[in-house]
Design a protein around this ligand. Structure first.
Ligand code: PLP
Length: 393
């Protein structure tokens, strides 16, 4: 991933043009990323995971491209509908919903629901009668920066019971889904997921249940992050796509009925196409209790206003006013009175310009995912970041 590829002329111009902090989304970059995903996985239906970037302009652009949406609440469904997509391109992908949530989604026209328990199936039958359900299988989350295990998904054995219960309750047992964990770094996780799906599919077919689709969830990585030690995360994307293509073929052969394949990418589509313009709050140097002198670079943005994931990963930082000499190793942190609002400082220091002065601009790359939705309503009085969209390309 070349920095220049991320910072195209339009993004750079928007960053240079502002004296205020903001986040810049490159719509053409997101569009190109969508096209590239479809080239890698031809025929797949994309249901963009809205929570990763609930920005109207981004959603509308994806909708124009043919994307649908993975929504997790009635409010997300309403936002997806505002792009003009028909309700049948939106599914309720959250296994966690109250009776009221289900009824509201149904009222809004959604007819496809994720599930993973008998309780949820009964509620769906009661409040969204006749709908389609897909059952989420548990995964270990191994190999991902954020494993999404335990809270969601059920065992293969339970999945068979859930799908049978759905059929008995007058719902359509329409599919199976997985999520291999967010920013998944291994192709093996996909391999495991396909094996799990194949086993359940075979058992369902044996019992006369014929799902019409498989939902491979999210988890596809962004390319531009550094890990918490500052080392580039270099996900083996080519290998992952090869494993996914193979898995799709294999499932198609295993299934007794034709299968469509759905994916719910979030960060993969947007992370590398968002850039934050922040500024230096202060570069300071303090002797710690252990006697070590540490530099800390406090930025105007941190965990609570744009960099929610900064305690788990690091972003590439550009200092446009860097004279290029006299760098110092510093811990990077946000501006609030919360110690989680910082890079993980046990492992490494970031090389920053020793001349960094209060007010100097800082450009934060690959910060387009899980930025806007996670911003607090001004924690400690630091406002949520505004955003702007550029065409880039
Ligand atoms: C969050 C989420 C996604 C998107 O995950 P990414 O790792 O950002 O791709 C997809 N599907 C579901 C059900 C999710 O909860």
């Amino acid at each position: 991933m070349h920095l220049n590829a991320q910072l195209n002329a339009h993004t750079r111009a928007a960053l240079e043009a502002t004296d205020e902090d903001l986040i810049v989304f490159d719509l053409a970059g997101i569009e190109a990323q969508y096209d590239s995903l479809l080239r890698e996985l031809p025929g797949i239906s994309v249901r963009f995971a809205m929570k990763s970037c609930p920005v109207d302009e981004v959603l509308s652009r994806l909708a124009e491209k043919g994307s649908g949406f993975d929504a997790a609440s009635p409010n997300e469904i309403a936002q997806a509908l505002r792009t003009g997509v028909p309700a049948d391109r939106i599914h309720y992908g959250n296994t966690i919903k109250s009776d009221g949530n289900i009824a509201e989604a149904h009222r809004l026209g959604v007819r496809t629901f994720a599930t993973d328990s008998l309780e949820d199936v009964a509620a769906t039958a009661a409040h969204a009668a006749g709908s389609r359900v897909f059952c989420r299988l548990a995964t270990s989350g191994e190999g991902a920066l954020w494993g999404l295990s335990r809270k969601f998904g059920c065992s293969g054995t339970d999945a068979v019971l859930v799908m049978e219960a759905a059929r008995s309750a007058g719902l359509t047992p329409a599919g199976l889904s997985v999520h291999v964990g967010s920013q998944q770094m291994t192709s093996e996780a996909w391999q495991d997921a396909f094996e799990r799906i194949a086993d359940v599919l075979t058992e369902l077919n044996r019992r006369g249940i014929h799902p019409d689709h498989i939902n491979l969830g999210g988890g596809l990585p962004a390319a531009g992050y550094l890990d918490s030690r500052g080392i580039p995360l270099d996900p083996p994307l080519d290998k992952m796509f090869a494993v996914i293509r193979e898995g799709i073929q294999h499932l198609g052969a295993v299934s007794e009925s034709p299968l469509d394949f759905v994916m719910e990418p979030g960060r993969h589509l947007v992370a590398d196409h968002g850039t934050i313009r922040a500024h230096v709050s202060r570069l300071s140097s303090r002797r710690q209790m252990d006697g070590e002198r540490e530099h800390w670079l406090y930025l105007s943005c941190g965990k609570f206003n744009g960099l929610y994931e900064m305690d788990q990963l690091q972003y590439r930082l550009l200092f446009p006013s860097d004279p290029g000499t006299g760098h110092v190793p510093a811990v990077v942190a946000g501006p609030t009175c919360d110690s989680d609002d910082a890079y993980d400082h046990r492992h490494n220091r970031v090389s920053v310009p020793g001349s960094a002065a209060s007010g100097d601009p800082v450009w934060i790359l690959s910060s387009g995912a899980y930025a806007t939705g996670y911003m607090t309503q001004g924690f400690n009085g630091f406002d949520p970041l505004p955003y702007t969209c550029v065409e880039g390309g």
